[in-house]
Design a protein around this ligand. Sequence first.
Ligand code: ADP
Ligand code: MG
Length: 361
Amino acid sequence: MRDADFFRRWMAAAAAAVEREAARLTELDSPIGDADHGSNLLRGFVAVRAALSAEGPESPQSPGAVLQLAGRTLISTVGGASGPLYGTLLRRTGKELGEAAEVSDEALREALHAGVGAVARLGGAAPGDKTMLDALVPGVAELSTSYRAGAEAAEQGAQATVPLLARKGRASYLGERSIGHQDPGATSSALLLAALAEAVESSRTPAPVSSASKDAEETEAAGAAEPTKAGLVGIVLVSHSAAVAEAVAELARGLASGGPMTAVAAAGGTAEGGLGTSAERILAAAREVDRGAGVALLADLGSSVLTVKSLLAEGELPPGSRLVDAPFLEGAVAAVVTASAGAPLPVVESTATEAYTYRKT
Ligand code: ADP
Ligand code: MG
C-alpha cells in the first residue's frame, strides 16, 4: 500500500528530475516550440515542492489530496499548455484515488489510466499525434508489469516521437517540419514516470524536502471592477498577452458603448508578467465580472483554451461559465455588444461564434 508520503516522494523526485533536465526540455522545445518547456515545468514543480512541504492544517494527508494539490499548483503556475495538461493528469488521478489514507498499486494504475484519459480529452490528442500522450499511454499501460517497465516504456514512447508529424499543440503549426525532433512533453512525461519508479525503489525514508514556508501566490481579484449593471452576462478575455487582452477589452467596450455596459475583464499573460496563461488571473477575472447571469470566456490559443477548459472541467469557475468558441477579437466585440444589450448567455455565445462566418475576402 502507498501512503501520502510516497506521493510526496514521487513529486519530490519529479521536481528533482525537472531541475536536472530543464535545459534539455527547453532545448527540445526550441525547434518545434517556443523554447520554454523546461522553464515552464521548473516553475511548476518548484511551486509543487513548496506547496507540498508547507505544514499546517491544509497540508494534504492522503495520496489523493497530495496529487490534487500538485495538479492545482501546476495549473496555476506553469503558464504553457503543459500546465493544464499535467495539472489535469494529477488532479484527475488524485480524484480517482479519493480520500483513502493508503492506496494499492492496482488502484494507482487505474487512477492513472483515468488521469491519462482526462488529458486526452482535454487536449483532443491521441497516441501518434506527437504529444505527451505518446509517452503516457504506453508508460501507464506497462505499469501492470512493473513501475520500472512503465518508466522504460514511456522513455521509448518519447524517443519514438522523433519521426512523427505533430498534430496537436504549438508544434503542429510547423507541419512537416516537426518531423525529426523529439517531443518535449513526451520527454517530460517519461521523467514523471521515471520519478514514480524512483519513489517506489527508494527506501521508506522521507525525501529531504525543505520546509520552506508556503509563499501563497494568491492573486486576489484586482478590485478595479467598475460597478456595472447587474444581471448582464460577464465577459472574460483570456490571452497569452496581458497587453492583447487589455487592448481587445478596450476595443470591445469602445465599440459597444452607448448604453449600459456589461462587465468585461482581461486575463492576459502569466502572474509574473510574461507571455502565457494564469489560472489565477482567469479565476479572478471571472469572479470580477460574474453578476449571476453567466460568464462567457473567450480565449486566444493553446494554453489559454486548455486552462479555461480545465477550470470548467473542475467546476472552479462561477456557475454558468462557458468557453465560447469564437475568433478572439471579432468574437469579443460581438459578445460584449450582445451581452450589453441584455442578451442571455446562449445568445451571447452563438453571436460570438457566428463571427467565424464573416469572411474578409
Ligand atoms: P506551450 O506549447 O504552450 O509552450 P509547453 O512548451 O510547456 O507549452 O508544453 C509543450 C508540450 O505540451 C508539447 O511538447 C506536447 O507534448 C504537450 N501538448 C501540447 N498540446 C497538447 C495537446 N493538445 N494534447 C496533449 N499534449 C499537448
Ligand atoms: Mg513551449
